[in-house]
Design a protein. Structure first.
Length: 134
């Protein structure tokens, strides 16, 4: 299996704004180009348009960063993440968590979280209390 991506490594300390922008575009294209292969390798049961939208969302999430070294570092980390994904160095659960749909992560506000239940004494599955028979 060959990796189908062009790796453009940049030095976060000395990269110019033009180099970082070009590397970010290349990284975005590489992710989108390799999504079908990633879905096949990790046996993901997700539609490709959803996966492409998630990649776009991740790029848009950091779009506000204007500091060139910070942008270069983000591009570098993105390139490493893609390389690790393509070399199958990531676990399937990591990839599933990355592409997890927000609707799948639901916290019932009526029940509260674990800590709320813990502090209220409403834990389920408590360990049996040990009583001393002295």
């Amino acid at each position: 299996m060959s990796n189908r991506f062009v790796q453009v490594m940049i030095n976060p300390g000395t990269a110019t704004a033009a180099e970082v922008s070009a590397a970010a575009r290349t990284l975005y294209r590489n992710w989108n180009r390799n999504l079908p292969l990633i879905a096949k390798i990790y046996e993901l049961d997700m539609p490709l348009p959803y996966m492409r939208a998630k990649i776009r969302e991740e790029f848009d999430r950091v779009n506000y960063v204007t500091d060139v070294p910070a942008r270069a570092l983000l591009v570098y980390k993105g390139q490493l993440h893609l390389e690790e994904t393509m070399n199958i160095w990531n676990q399937k659960t990591n990839i599933m968590r990355f592409f997890e749909r927000p609707s799948e992560v639901v916290i019932d506000p009526a029940r509260g979280g674990f800590l709320t239940q813990f502090f209220d004494g409403q834990r389920t599955g408590e360990a049996p209390k040990i009583s001393s028979s002295q």
